[in-house]
Design a protein around this ligand. Structure first.
Ligand SMILES: [Zn+2]
Length: 82
């Protein structure tokens, strides 16, 4: 009974040939950084086959500035009336 247990199952990371644009679901090449269909910037492929959405620094900064302006306005509105 020389039955050696061979565990030949190797765990490989899922290999995708294409990735999907998360905005318009167009199939893109893995190396693409921009969707040719909707023009959105896309990141690397995730394990589901979708391209990741790159972090939107511009929108984030604008959002913070808008919030600060809003808070300054509130502060100004409340402390003007004496
Ligand atoms: Zn797209």
């Amino acid at each position: 009974m020389a039955d050696s247990k061979k565990n030949t199952v190797t765990q490989q990371p899922v290999q995708h040939i294409t990735k999907k644009c998360p905005y318009c679901l167009t199939y893109l090449k893995l190396g693409d950084e921009k969707c040719y269909s909707c023009g959105a910037k896309v990141g690397k492929v995730d394990k589901l086959g979708f391209a990741q959405k790159p972090f939107n620094w511009k929108g984030y900064t604008i959002s913070i500035i808008a919030w600060i302006a809003f808070l300054v306005y509130l502060w100004w509105a409340f402390f003007q009336n004496k």
